[in-house]
Design a protein around this ligand. Structure first.
Ligand code: SAH
Ligand code: SF4
Length: 346
């Protein structure tokens, strides 16, 4: 009998770690691609089904490794087609993943990187849970595996529960798995990582891997941002914007700035004006998101007229500003809200 410490979850291994792992079993490099195809392209979790590998190799793998998988706990479907999945983790905790149909028939999958979040943004329900723990690499990747079994997934956003840059190593490993040509083969331009603005980790991310960057900005003064997003007290706007200016971008690539409009807090014409100034010299686009009201916060959605004026001000100054519809409102698809609802019921 092998002891449990020696059993590896293959979904925790990056493609190069998989090559090393198989080399330790005396296998050639190309075997890693064969295994990646079984695990990710064909969704096989049973080594005995991997028929292009020698039987003795399969048996050896089954002794040394497992292939973890998620079973679905709950799905909620919104009138607009947004689907929200809740997955139960081995330790009984749960994590949520949201599939959002986009224009043109493409699907974007919003995945989580932590259970809860330590950042405590005042408008965000996930923030109120506090950080329970980081997700492992396999738990990040398994959200994609589980949804892809039933639905095509064209784009991935790391915008669910948690702060991805607070779990940087596992997130980078997960991206490497998602990018593997013999696996899911997502191009880095298909994947977007959203951060509340952990400045040193933003630079590290840019050095270590290619990914689209989104920054949850949500305010145009330190005074307001300090209140909404406590991380701003550590990395104020000036430092955050400097990190954005220095983030490596491919030609035609932009940083997305997410801006949740909250009535009377950050939705004034003066805010729109300050936002234009903040974005000066940055290849940016802005997503304007109406605040999604929930029991965990006293913030309110903006009125229609304020939203329109805000967007028009940006567009008139040649800033790409897209209104996000606030999808899946009837199933509380905004971050943390399904988990919040379910745990109230328990
Ligand atoms: N922690 C990272 C990753 C995504 S957080 C970040 O903050 O960027 C979850 C996303 O849900 C963020 O984009 C956040 O702005 C958004 N969000 C949280 N609460 C919301 C609410 N009540 N209404 C609308 N969007 C909300
Ligand atoms: Fe965490 Fe992002 Fe929510 Fe802030 S907005 S509490 S960083 S998940």
């Amino acid at each position: 009998m092998m002891t449990t410490e020696t059993v590896v979850d293959l979904k925790n291994l990056t493609p190069s770690a998989l090559v090393d792992f198989l080399a330790g079993m005396g296998k050639e490099k190309f075997r890693a691609d064969q295994v990646l195809r079984w695990v990710y392209q064909r969704g096989i979790a049973d080594f005995s089904a991997m028929t292009d590998l020698a039987k003795s190799f399969r048996e050896d793998l089954a002794r040394r490794a497992i292939i973890s998988d998620f079973t679905q706990e709950t799905v909620e479907i919104s009138a607009d087609g947004t689907r929200k999945f809740l997955f139960r983790l081995d330790d009984g905790r749960s994590v949520e993943t949201v599939l959002i149909p986009m224009e043109g028939g493409r699907n974007t999958l919003c995945i989580s990187t932590q259970v809860g979040c330590a950042m405590q943004c005042s408008f965000c329900l996930t923030g109120t849970f506090g950080l329970e723990r980081n997700l492992t690499t396999s738990e990040i990747v398994n959200q994609v595996c589980a949804v892809r079994r039933d639905y095509p997934v064209d784009n991935i956003v790391l915008m669910g529960m948690g702060e991805p840059l607070h779990n940087l190593d596992n997130v980078i490993d997960a991206l490497q798995i998602l990018y593997a040509p013999a696996g899911f083969d997502y191009g880095p331009r298909k994947v977007t990582l959203s951060t509340s603005g952990l400045v040193p980790q933003m630079s590290e991310l840019g050095r270590r891997i290619k990914v689209n960057l989104a920054v949850s900005l949500n305010a145009t003064t330190d005074q307001v941002r300090d209140q909404l997003m406590p991380i701003n007290r550590r990395y104020p706007l000036q430092e955050l914007m400097r990190a954005c200016r220095e983030f490596p971008l491919a030609p035609r690539q932009r940083i997305t700035f997410e801006y949740i409009l909250i009535r009377g807090v950050n939705d004034s014409p003066a805010d729109a004006k300050r936002l234009v100034r903040l974005l000066h010299g940055i290849k940016a686009k802005v997503n304007l998101i109406p605040f999604n009201e929930h029991a965990g916060s006293s913030c309110q959605a903006p009125d229609e007229q304020a939203m329109r004026a805000f967007q028009t001000y940006l567009l008139d100054r040649n800033i790409v500003a897209i209104r996000r519809a606030g999808k899946g409102q009837d199933i509380s698809a905004a971050c943390g809200q399904l988990k919040g609802k379910l745990e109230q019921k328990l």
